[in-house]
Write a protein of this length. Sequence first.
Length: 109
Amino acid sequence: MFRNKPKLAIGAGLLLVFTLFVGIDMEPVLSGHELTTVPVPFIKRQPALALVFSLPVEPFRVMHHDTDMPDVKRLALQRYCAVRFGESEADCLATLEGRLRESGFYKAE
């Protein structure tokens, strides 16, 4: 009965380490006129207990570098950028814009 405790402890430790340093980003993708998400695994730049991440602001805010957003969304974006890319908000917006363009989004002029 107690022989499996070390294996269980090792498994739980590995699961915790995996959760702290590996995440799944639900990246938005625009195909045709439908918005979907695609799971993309990534290595976190900062440890975090969350496993699944998604862009905390609307894609149009990223495409237009819209900085006029509520404080709650700004803080969520800053945290997302730090964990996902290890970048500041300004650098992250440029990175996100490029990724969104690759996923079918465009900037309406």
